[in-house]
Ligand binder design. Structure first.
Ligand SMILES: NC(=O)c1ccc[n+]([C@@H]2O[C@H](COP(=O)([O-])OP(=O)(O)OC[C@H]3O[C@@H](n4cnc5c(N)ncnc54)[C@H](OP(=O)(O)O)[C@@H]3O)[C@@H](O)[C@H]2O)c1
Length: 223
């Protein structure tokens, strides 16, 4: 896809890898939100001309899409610094570990977070695989490429994020809306894709099962 500007809120293990893979894919990033700003500077200088740093609101203004990748408990602070996200494509990588307000029983973390970002064109992705695995598996070729699941209630936003995921070296797979995406959320458990490697060929059975409300096929295993 054509060159895009991406604001990154939280450039740690996951957000930092997203920034690195986005730059490799030809995009520009602005890194923000750190207690220790020197870490952002360090990563930006490693990534070169396509990376810069700024405040959280600057990263939001810069980005055609914004990646939120902070610990669950830091989400309220990050959103406060972000200001309005209305109309913005937001990619949420977070999982509901540790302190902070939690979803209602039966509500997905994605639906809960989408609600905390009024007007945002919310997409959840990059949350099911460890940071080390995401870093190592990015850019695999052919049928060994790894799936990054997505969910969201805005089809056009998901289309844009799918293009970005592809440029970043993964296979985008749309699991549907935020209300029905529990299989991609923590904790790791039988019957969920969270915490498991999937490749493109094994993804359609999961998509069909989620759509039909039936159990997903057995978790694949790869050598
Ligand atoms: N790690 C994984 O394997 C993994 C996998 C999938 C999803 N996730 C999810 O993705 C999100 C990010 O995880 P991560 O592992 O990338 O986290 P991380 O490495 O700890 O990165 C968090 C980033 O937020 C910044 N930050 C700013 N204010 C903060 C505050 N008050 N408290 C903590 N950090 C603050 C940190 O910078 P400073 O340290 O300089 O403040 C850091 O750059 C989490 O919601 C996590 O559940 C993680």
């Amino acid at each position: 896809m054509s060159e895009m500007k991406i604001g990154i809120i939280g450039a740690g293990r996951i957000g930092g890898n997203c920034a690195r893979q986005a730059v490799r894919g030809g995009h520009h990033v602005m890194l923000s939100f750190a207690r220790d700003p020197s870490k952002l500077e360090e990563l930006a200088s490693e990534l070169g001309d396509q990376a810069s740093t700024g405040g959280v609101a600057d990263a939001v203004a810069f980005g055609e899409a914004v990646i939120v990748s902070v610990p669950w408990g830091a989400i309220p602070e990050a959103l406060e610094q972000a200001g309005t996200l209305s109309g913005k494509v937001v990619i949420d990588t977070t999982n509901q570990f540790g302190p902070g307000p939690k979803p209602q029983p039966g509500q997905t973390a994605a639906a809960f977070n989408a609600q905390r970002m009024p007007g945002a064109r919310y997409v959840k992705s990059f949350n099911t695989l460890t940071s080390a695995f995401q870093a190592q598996a990015a850019g695999r070729e052919g049928d060994r490429r790894v799936v990054q699941w997505m969910c969201g209630d805005d089809p056009e936003a998901k289309e844009l994020v799918a293009g970005l995921i592809e440029d970043m070296g993964y296979v985008p797979v749309d699991l549907g809306g935020t209300a029905g995406c529990a299989v991609m959320e923590a904790p790791r458990r039988p019957g969920a894709v969270y915490g498991e490697e999937y490749r493109g060929a094994d993804s359609q059975g999961v998509v069909d099962a989620v759509r039909q409300g039936t159990p997903i096929p057995q978790t694949p295993s790869y050598e």
